[in-house]
Design a binder for this molecule. Structure first.
Ligand code: SAH
Length: 213
């Protein structure tokens, strides 16, 4: 086996050992090559279970956390999904394997442009990436079946709660940016919202307004 094939096999083994057990999520993570989303110096570490730096001072999330969040989101093939925090585009690409359509927003124009280039290179056509402050959501396309936020807010942003379809699920980290945050699953029922705390996580903060680049 080549070194690369062996690293990819170990990558999947690590995901399983960290409780990413949903077969559809594992298949999506096998098909979407994380190496395509990490550039420059850090590319050779793409198959390690660790967050890595990307442009604009941001990070591509830890693969096992991507897997656990995707699993908690419980996406079905007909779903319209909103992601806040495009970053490298890795999480959006995994969602694109599981959902009908993915909308992804980032406050950095450069990250959106680079992610779009990666989606085109990989032949992914069901993702719409846009530069926007994701804390307002995407009212034009609401409601969403699923919403995932990959940057930490102190509380779930009101507009995102409002744009979740009844019966929908939102997964997001909440808490102060410089401490440990909690990964939360919000389920919207006919009479209100139900909150489940999943595990401690650490994400870059959700920042208001657009970035410089
Ligand atoms: N999901 C990404 C990792 C996201 S890192 C991946 O798979 O690679 C968090 C991202 O959230 C950063 O790119 C940051 O620019 C973005 N972000 C932070 N605050 C935001 C906001 N208010 N609106 C949109 N994007 C935001």
């Amino acid at each position: 086996m080549t070194d690369l094939a062996e690293r990819k096999m170990r990558f999947l083994f690590t995901l399983r050992s960290k409780r990413v057990t949903d077969a559809r999520v594992l298949t999506a993570m096998e098909r979407i090559d994380r190496g395509e989303f990490v550039r420059g110096l850090f590319a050779e570490r793409a198959y390690e279970d660790t967050p890595l730096p990307i442009a604009c001072g941001q990070t591509i999330s830890q693969p096992s956390v991507v897997g656990l969040m995707t699993q908690a989101l419980d996406v079905s093939p007909r779903d319209k999904v909103l992601e806040i925090g495009t970053g490298s585009g890795y999480q959006a690409a995994i969602l694109s394997e599981l959902a009908r359509r993915v909308y992804t927003l980032d406050r950095h124009k450069r990250l959106v442009r680079e992610a779009e280039e990666t989606f085109a290179r990989l032949g992914i056509t069901n993702i719409t990436a846009m530069t926007a402050d994701g804390s307002h959501g995407l009212p034009d396309q609401a409601p969403f079946d699923r919403i995932i936020v990959t940057a930490a807010a102190e509380d779930p942003p009101g507009p995102l709660l409002a744009q979740l379809r009844i019966g929908g699920i939102m997964v997001l980290p909440v808490g102060q940016s410089d401490t440990v945050q909690s990964l939360i699953k919000v389920t919207r029922g006919p009479d209100g919202y139900e909150y489940d705390e999943l595990r401690p996580v650490r994400f870059v903060p959700l920042v208001e307004g657009l970035g410089q680049d």
